[in-house]
Design a protein around this ligand. Structure first.
Ligand code: SAH
Ligand code: SF4
Length: 390
């Protein structure tokens, strides 16, 4: 794909710096516990090596620890059998292998499972496991922030103010704790089927507003000597943080999903207020430049279907026009209501018509089946303050 020159709002270093500086204001608490022990989960390979060296141990110990933590899923040093007992004890004096605490565990009648994970400072997020209805595989929908700053009008999370960003440990920890719940350790290798086979960064929060921690966590998840999930099995969803998109594509190479939801700036300004900063034209330009997209790895445009708001045939045709020339597919999401929401879901007929127009133009346009609605686990229904008050 040819490289297009950036427009004003895009990719300016100052814009990126501002976003990263703001992320730092909402930084998670330190990974050192009250008793002085450090959590090893969430450290990059380099950071883990530095910890091992500071403890006076040889570099190969870092590799061993990585294997036990991310391949075997072991949290107890005394179970790390390739490490002699005295060293196990020394490690246990200095470190822990942490997990978020399961504060709530709900199973939907369609087998979707929602966890409320609580962290050491009592902040909490929701994580959803969505099993494939037919095969032994499924997606883990992971949160990146406690709350969200962006206040999209149709999203439950958007009504919860941002408390803080999650740490890399808390991001990767959601996946590891979900795996604990399905006994999926050690990490399946090669062609072995995996129940928890994909990650979608579509839970609470805007992942590109917590880029550094999301990136560290995804690099851990993709490391072939640990969890070993390929970048093709990870999808990052953004509401359109244009200045960070390129970097995510270059450094992580994961699949991109973009929450479009409207084809005109006046409407998108209202539904996704971030549009006022990064309008549709800039967002589409950033998609055109996205380094990890190809015909085999299309950008997903998410489009929530709101009755009488964005679901006309004219909207569908404008959407086709907008994504022309992009390796794209469109995911239509029937609006999922939540307590206090004001929108209605488009009628099945309107959704069908909309999907057909996109399909006739040559783009795949699946309609996302709502999953786990009975436990408020479907897209846009997550909110960690909702329990138990509702
Ligand atoms: N903050 C990121 C990722 C989390 S939201 C983003 O906005 O992309 C994951 C998807 O669910 C987004 O496309 C979001 O717009 C959509 N969504 C939010 N609220 C919804 C609702 N009530 N019904 C259906 N989809 C919703
Ligand atoms: Fe935040 Fe995404 Fe919800 Fe918008 S849709 S409020 S960006 S979580």
């Amino acid at each position: 794909m040819s490289v297009k020159p950036p427009t004003n709002a895009e990719l300016t270093a100052t814009d990126r710096d501002r976003i990263l500086a703001k992320a730092a204001i909402f930084a998670p608490p330190s990974n050192v516990l009250e008793d002085g022990k450090r959590d090893l989960v969430g450290l990059s390979r380099e950071e883990l090596a530095a910890e091992v060296e500071a403890a006076g141990e040889k570099p190969f110990r870092a590799k061993q620890l990585w294997h036990w933590i991310y391949h075997q899923g072991v949290t107890d040093f005394s179970k790390m059998s390739s490490i002699a007992k005295p060293l196990q004890e020394k490690l246990a004096m200095r470190f822990v292998v942490g997990r978020p605490q399961v504060a709530l565990d709900q199973l939907s009648k369609d087998e979707t499972r929602k966890f409320l994970f609580k962290f050491r400072d009592n902040e909490a997020v929701e994580t959803v496991y969505i099993p494939d209805p037919v095969e032994d595989r499924g997606a883990v929908c992971i949160s990146s922030q406690v709350g969200c700053t962006l206040s999209c009008r149709f999203c439950h999370t958007g009504t919860q103010r941002l408390a803080r960003n999650l740490s890399s440990a808390e991001i990767v920890g959601q996946f590891m704790a979900a795996r604990d719940a399905y006994n999926e350790w050690p990490s399946p290798k090669g062609e072995t089927p995996r129940l928890l086979s994909t990650i979608v960064l579509m839970g609470m929060g805007e992942p590109l507003y917590n880029y550094e921690n999301v990136a560290t966590a995804m690099k851990i998840v993709m490391d072939g000597e640990g969890i070993g999930l390929s970048r093709r099995r990870i999808t990052l969803s953004t509401s359109g943080v244009v200045p960070m998109m390129n970097r995510a594509g270059e450094e992580l190479g994961v699949n991109l999903a973009v929450s479009l939801h409207a084809v005109r700036d006046d409407l998108r300004d209202e539904l996704v207020p971030l549009n006022r900063k990064y309008p549709i034209k800039d967002l589409i330009a950033a998609c055109k430049r996205y380094p990890a997209a190809s015909n085999a790895r299309r950008i997903t445009f998410e489009y929530v279907m709101l009755k009488g708001i964005n679901d006309s045939e004219t909207d569908a045709r404008a959407l086709v026009y907008l994504i022309a020339g992009l390796p794209a597919k469109v995911n239509l999401i029937p609006f999922n209501p939540w307590p206090g929401s004001t929108y209605e879901t488009s009628s099945p007929a309107a959704i069908r018509k909309f999907a057909d127009i996109i399909m006739d133009a040559g783009y795949s346009s699946p309609v996302r089946t709502p999953r786990g609605q009975d436990i408020l686990a479907a897209c846009g229904q997550l909110k960690s303050l909702a329990q138990p008050a509702g």
